[in-house]
Design a protein around this ligand. Sequence first.
Ligand SMILES: Cc1ncc(COP(=O)(O)O)c(C=O)c1O
Length: 416
Amino acid sequence: MTLSDKDKEYIWHPFTEMSDWCADHHDPLVIERGEGVYVFDKSGGKYIDGNSSIWTNLHGHNDLRINQAIARQLSKISHTSFLGTTNEPAILLAEMLVNMFPDKTLQRVFYSDDGSTAVECAMKIAIQYFQIIGQSEKRRFVAFDNAYHGDTFGASSIGGIKTFFSRFKDLSFPTVQLNSVDDLKSVDAKEIAAIVIEPKVQGAAGIRLWPDGMLQELRHWCNLNNVLLILDEVMTGFGRTGKMFACEHEGVTPDLMCLAKGLSGGYLPLAVTMTRESIFKAFLGSKNNTFYYGHSYSGNPLGCAAALASLRIFEEDRVLDKLAKKVECLKIGLNSLKLKNHNISDVRQSGLISGIEISQEFGNIGSEICNAARSYGLLTRSIRNIIVFMPPLVINEEQINDSLDAIDKAINVIVS
Ligand SMILES: Cc1ncc(COP(=O)(O)O)c(C=O)c1O
C-alpha cells in the first residue's frame, strides 16, 4: 500500500467529506517538509503556504531558532505535569505575555492546548466567576452570527455557522446570537455573563470584516452592564491583522483573551486564556471556588519554548515594523486582481488576512480553485466560494504577488 492508500484506509480527517477523500481519483497531498514560506510534498512539489498551515505559522517553517529552542527543551524534558509542578518555559512565557498588554490588565495566564480549549476555558471562567460573586443568574453568552470559536461543546455553543453547529444547538449552552452591535439594544444584560467575539474579522465565516469602532462599542456596553468581554484572538493574534493583537486597533482590552494557533509560531499545539487579576482573585481562598479545569498537556514545556522563541523573533526580526509594507503590497495586489478578474465579486483584507470571493453564480467553487492553484505553486484553502489567503508573516512582496498570480490563473482555469 502507498502512504496515500494507508491514509485512506486508516484516517478520518477533520472537516472532510470522507467519501470524496477516499475516492479512487483523489490523491492526497502528503506534505513532507517546509522551509520558510514554502512547503514541499513527497513528490517534490513546492508550494507557498498560503494559509499558514491552517492559520498557525508566523515566521516560516523550519526556522532554526524555533527548532533549536524546541531541541534544547527536548534535551531536558518534553513534558511534565502542570498540576502540582511548574516549569521554566511556561513561567517565562506567561511573564512575556502579560507584559504585552497594558499594565494591570491581563495579568494571569491559564494554559491549554488549542483554540477551542482556550475559548472553552474562558467561558467556564466567566460562568464560575459570576457564581462566586453571587450573580449566578449570569450564565448566558452573547455571540455573533457566523462566528467560529472552535468545536468543543462550549465553543460550538457560541458558534454561528449553521453547517457546523445547528445540529447540536438544542444541546448547547444558552447563547444569544446577534448580527451586529445594534442588536445589543434588545439584549437584557441581567443574565449575560460575557460577550464573545473574533475581533476585527471573522475568519471561518469567510473573512468577514467588522465595522471600525465596534470593539469600543462592545467594551462600553460591557462596562455599563456588568458583562465580561471575551476576545477570541486565536486567529487574529500575533500580527495577522498588522498589529500584535487585533484589539490594539481600537485600544480595547478585554476581560478574557483567548490565544492559540500562532502562539507557538505554528510549531506545536499551545493555547492560553488570559484574564484580569480581579477575576482571578475571585477564585481565591476556598476549595469551593477552585477552577477545576485543565488538560494533560497544559503548560507543555516544548510548546512554551517554541512560543518564547517565536516572541523573540518578533523583536529580533522587527516583524511588526516590516508588516506595513507587506500589508500594502497585498492591498494593491488584491485590488488589481479584482479589477483584472471579473469573476471575483469582492476582496476583503485585514492585515495579512484576506478573502477573495468568487461570484456567487458559480456556486461553492472555492475548493476546485484551490486545487487548481496547486499547479501554480500555491497551497491554500477556501470557505465556500471564498479563497482564503493568509500567509505566514515572513512572506515577502514577491511571494505575495506570486500567490495572487496563482489564484488569478486558477480562477481562470476553473471559471472559464
Ligand atoms: C477565531 C477562532 N477561534 C477558535 C478556533 C479553534 O481553534 P482550534 O482549531 O485550535 O481548536 C479557531 C480555529 O480556526 C478560530 O479561527
